[in-house]
Design a protein around this ligand. Sequence first.
Ligand code: SAH
Ligand code: SF4
Ligand code: F3S
Length: 489
Amino acid sequence: MKNRGLNTTIVLEKENPQINNPNKYNGEALDHPLISAPNTITKKLYLESYGCQMNFSDSEIVASILNEQGFITTKNFQESDLILLNTCSIREKAEITVRTRLKSFNKLKRKNPKLIIGLLGCMAERMKETLLEEEKLVDLVVGPDAYRDLPNLIQEVEGGQKSVNVLLSREETYADISPVRLDSNGVSGFISIMRGCDNMCSFCVVPFTRGRERSRSPLTIIAEAKELYKNGYKEVTLLGQNVDSYRWNINKKGTVIDPNIPTTNFAQLLAMVAQVGNDMRIRFSTSHPKDMTDEVIHTMNKYENICNYVHLPVQSGSSKILKKMNRGYTKEWYLDRIKSIRNIIPDCAISTDIITGFCDESEEDFNETLNLMKEVKFDFAYMFFYSERPKTLAERKYEDNVPEDTKRARLQKVIDLQRKHATESNEACIGKTVKVLIESTSKKSNLDFSGRNDENCKVVFPKENAVKGTFVNVLIEKCTSATLIGKIV
Ligand code: SAH
Ligand code: SF4
Ligand code: F3S
């Protein structure tokens, strides 16, 4: 049978820029050949992804597993046999969006009773059977560590049962599964280097939905990076909730597990990936202020192709609030990390995440956040107001006592200040020439290309004779708070 290629639909949660980073999925959806085309393609899968980049990366694993079972993906849910929603629980709003979507998909079932609707990802893990048994909105519930079981679970549903597997694992990393690159621009790819999180920040649901932290073998990571390079990719982003705690063959206490194989920390892994191809850019996300070492910053500095860009979420500028958030650092510690980055790599771009209105946040605490922003002048920020999440330490122990309108008003102040800083930082680029990796045609004009510079800022310029997936030098002539605009020189 003819190889049909794959498609998927990526749905982004509007309120949440962290999970809706236009830089990450701004390419045209490309059809990619199936890695192993099954002989009898009979079923169609419609897969929608929400949440962070790791969830999108997981969808590529799911597509790969189901591809082996004869599923091809479709962009049209009306013609699908199986609808899967890979979901996020980070804020309440993310879950509300998915519920609404499930209700609308359920209407299709009246016309097509054989249609299977499944819930994957963090919301599946958090809610377990609830959406299946109480609300009867889904046939299938599968947590982030149980995707290998999908073929069996789907078979059970086809046999007339409802199916659930939300077991979390201490080992699963899907290391051996070659992801099917979905909605990729063919230029930048993502590699998950670890799963789960052991940090227990008091506001965060991730440790409950993704389980314990575990790292993936460096050999399989390098193999995946080589595969991307071979296929013409020019940028890879290494993904983990806290990449600085990546470790292989060494336990948490620092004891070597097997003396016959080398140990690998994050800085070493970064160096290994950087050596795959010196014309392939390397990025990584997310760094954690309590764990980011100078060794990582020196490694970034040593390899030309590791981008001068660090995403270092601060959350709050008040040490009192940081303690309550259980972040493991103070304001002073955070500022010291910033100092180190700027000492070692003076032109390094730095972005962050900020939460306003966490439990007990006073006007004074909030002002400390604004002051820290003024001191650091972040190039970019993802900003949210606090949303209480079930089971977290904050939900169990603290009162969600900042009124919603105060949370929102503070968020607006943070957004306004950040916009001012981003504009200033972009204005400083005017007149400079920057190296840009061309990612796609600009959304606003067919005549323009869009790409990013080393510092992860979006750059738009007339296409001329340039080619997607190559590097060009662009002279910056003007800017907005989010985009640099120029021409190829
Ligand atoms: N592992 C990353 C963050 C993952 S979640 C880190 O530790 O930095 C992405 C961002 O969502 C967080 O940095 C935080 O700013 C935000 N977030 C997480 N839980 C939240 C909640 N309950 N309410 C509002 N924002 C939240
Ligand atoms: Fe959540 Fe904290 Fe882990 Fe980030 S480090 S995923 S905020 S618990
Ligand atoms: Fe959301 Fe789960 Fe990622 S809660 S942010 S999809 S790890």
